[in-house]
Ligand binder design. Sequence first.
Ligand code: ZN
Length: 496
Amino acid sequence: MRVVIAQMKHETNTYSPVPTPLSRFAIGGGIPVEGDAAYAAFKGTGSAIGAFIDLAEEAGAAIVIPIAAAAWPSGPVDDDAFEHIAGRICVAVADGCDAVLLDLHGAMVTQTYDDGEGELLRRLRAIDAAVPIGVALDMHTNFYPAIAEHATAIACYQTYPHIDMDGTGVRAGRAIFALLDGRARPAMAWGNRPMLPHVMRQGSDDSPNRELQARCREMEAQGALCASVFVGFPNADIVNAGLSAVVVADGDHALARRWCDGLLDMAWAAREKFVYAIEPLEKSMARARELSSALAPGSGPVVLLDHSDNCASGGTMDTMTVLGAILDAGLEGVAAFAIFDPAAVQQMIAAGVGEQVTLSLGGKLDMPSIGLKGQPRVVSGRVKLICDGRYRNRGPMARGEQNDMGPTAVLDTGKVEIVVISNHVEPHDMEAFVAVGIDPSTKRYVMLKSRVHWRAGLRALAGAVVECAGMGVCTSDYALLNFQRLRRPMYPLDMF
Ligand SMILES: [Zn+2]
């Protein structure tokens, strides 16, 4: 038995000015890993592709990995990059195989296609109309019908932060191997509702997504091969952004339809709970001070979330609003993770560890799609540390996967330690701090450019949390997004 296993993951923020060339899909630049190098990168990791490898090995299959390509979220994917990745997968399937297992995202927009995953699957079906195709998707999928039309079985993460990527691979993969063994006949139904859940309200530990995901697990316990609710990714101005669901039943399409509609009705009934109320930044900063002085010693820092500029939602990671407010407020004992500014890192490297520098920090990227100009801020401090920025995730999210912040430096203002990086990385793993020699548990405040994923590896250290609305293309204010192509009416942009 020959099984083609591949990864193509990108969440596209159509408002992001950060470009998405092929090199963004490869750790350290160049082209994404293939074959043995891809196997070595993902075997044993907490990823869907890692789970596919394990399942195929258990089945005694010959494994072909034409490519494993994942990039941090950013603007629309370059056509060249999509053609390279999709092309590799198509060639491997054209060589002949018994099954295809794909680790995809579900919210990929390319320069040409609003539905990158659907386009890949359409091409694969044109090559082989019958081969079973199992797909693992991110919970932030913006679902298009072509994905359901061409895939055989689909499973999505049931946790946000995404700590069940490997479990998702197992669910999608098992449905395919059961089909190959004659033990199951996947029958799939999908649907959506006109609602745009806010990312800050999507955490699977919070209601209503907690209950939606629990219902998915319940359906799987009752015999569904895979049950999935996608909360969707709202920072994408495409027709099908928003909430959707897919259920794969065993041989019973009507049951899949009923289950899927049940999930969608449940989500729609809870739509108001997915709406996020934005707190003005001045109020957040005042609250942070109060919380910090009320915390008992040793109870951990106040975590300040700069949620409008999260690189794992396509943020430039170089907006200075929240960090500027921290500096203006004179907060002490702060660690800030992180500002993307490769030029500032080079200035600090040129100065050397221990030297005083004055930098025009951040604000290098304009955001014309939401009418924002980059606003750097002059910051002085001592270069505390310089490192290569590489670390391997401790987990639980993306356990064992390699990260590369590029050349990295820490600027110490005396009150604030600012991590400055050259590649985008969202702080969700303790190893990100270990790599830069900071123990966040000893700080009074920790600023994170994150929305929900920080909870995966860092929640345990937080004494309190304050959500700080800054600026950026992950803006929490839907009005700034000025949707042109999204289907309407859409809750909560239009009231029902
Ligand atoms: Zn996601």
